[in-house]
Design a protein around this ligand. Structure first.
Ligand code: KG4
Ligand code: ZN
Length: 356
């Protein structure tokens, strides 16, 4: 069976065709994955402007779907279902994908499958690597989310922890903005950090020991927090600028490297702590920040040291794309779940019940 996936939750318009292979160990193969990025449009504003994003999705969606269908050499009659990101995300952006998918499903007489954006990120790991040894602990780390999930059985996603404030990618983007480096900041900070001394500034990581008042269902000790680190970087940069001379290239590289050391260490430590607590047989990382070179290297090294297999998607499947939505949609469809035609975009769609 072939499924068309559509993703428009933020600033990428993407469509993909994914095929079921019949191989239980490696269930999906990507036939096409077309991504139209709006980064150039939002760069001028230093972040995603929701109204500009939804308008651009409207312009791009038909061409992107056409391209995905022709790259995969399929027609509507070859498809078995249409999967689309239902939420979370920007409501105007989500609505473009959801409306398109509903119209296409209705015109082609195909079942519709609404997919949670983070289920897509989680499934990107299996889409790339085949089914993971379970239970698996998956770190989803992007511009909007930093969460740990436990996957006990294929398709079940149990939230273990999340960030109390900024997402890791958001902290990267904000630090890049403070340093005048451009948008999106993650890849730029990642690149500059390679030339910096990562212990030039010894910012502390955050450790949380109490449950979050807003989420008493979670124990909270595996939660993340990046706003303190972000503020520490801002204080450092402000104090340094008050001295009157501009920051040198080396100082900027040192700030990037020192900031990145703390973020990556926090992410890696908490992921492996969760793996140990829940007896995981594998660890995965997904989402835009999983493209980070140091995070990838340190996760692999920590996994090797603990003899725990560690999986990540290729860079193209790390950031937002429709192939992961198609894969998560196929998983849901095979479990017998489809969505009604009155399904609506939901900007704060919940993924799973909390673990107590
Ligand atoms: O998953 P994604 O494409 O969109 C969301 O769902 O948020 O993630 C985008 C985020 C941005 O904050 C971007 O700065 C970050 O991923 N990112 C990185 C890297 N590449 C992208 N962060 C750190 N290092 C990178 N190499
Ligand atoms: Zn994402």
């Amino acid at each position: 069976m072939l499924i068309l996936g559509i993703e428009t939750s933020c600033d990428e318009t993407s469509a993909a065709v994914v095929e079921e292979t019949g191989d239980a160990a490696r269930p999906w193969a990507i036939r096409s994955n077309v991504i139209a990025s709006q980064a150039e449009i939002h760069r001028e504003w230093g972040g995603v402007v929701p109204e500009l994003a939804s308008r651009q999705h409207v312009r791009d969606i038909c061409g992107v779907v056409d391209q995905a269908m022709s790259d995969a050499a399929v027609t509507w009659a070859d498809l078995g279902a249409i999967a689309v990101t239902q939420g979370p995300g920007l409501v105007g952006s989500l609505l473009v994908g959801v409306s398109f998918a509903k119209a296409a499903a209705s015109a082609a007489g195909l079942p519709l499958v609404g997919v949670h954006h983070l289920a897509g990120h989680i499934e990107s790991v299996a889409l790339q690597n085949g089914e993971l040894p379970l239970p698996a602990v998956i770190l989803v780390v992007s511009g909007g989310h930093t969460s740990l999930y436990l996957v006990n059985t294929p398709g079940s996603y149990e939230l273990l922890s999340r960030t109390r404030d900024d997402a890791a990618g958001e902290a990267y983007d904000k630090v890049a903005k403070m340093l005048g480096l451009g948008y999106p900041g993650g890849p730029i900070v990642d690149r500059l950090a390679k030339q910096g001394n990562d212990t030039a500034i010894r910012w502390p990581g955050t450790r949380l020991t109490h449950a979050d008042r807003n989420a008493p269902e979670l124990k909270g000790d595996l939660d993340f927090s990046f706003s303190g680190l972000k503020t520490a970087v801002l204080r450092h940069v402000t104090l340094r600028r008050e001295q009157g001379t501009p920051l040198t290239e080396q100082e900027i590289a040192d700030i990037c490297a020192s900031f990145q050391r703390v973020v990556v260490k926090t992410l890696v430590d908490r992921t492996f702590k969760a793996a140990q607590l829940y007896g995981a047989k594998s660890v995965g990382v997904a989402g835009g920040v999983s493209a980070n070179s140091r995070l990838r290297a340190d996760l692999k090294a920590s996994g090797d040291a603990r003899e725990l297999p560690t999986f990540m998607p290729d860079l193209i499947l790390s950031t937002d794309n429709a192939a992961m939505i198609a894969a998560a949609g196929l998983r849901k469809f095979r479990a017998g779940v489809t969505s009604p035609m009155d399904m609506n975009a939901d900007p704060s769609l919940p993924l799973v019940a909390f673990r107590s």
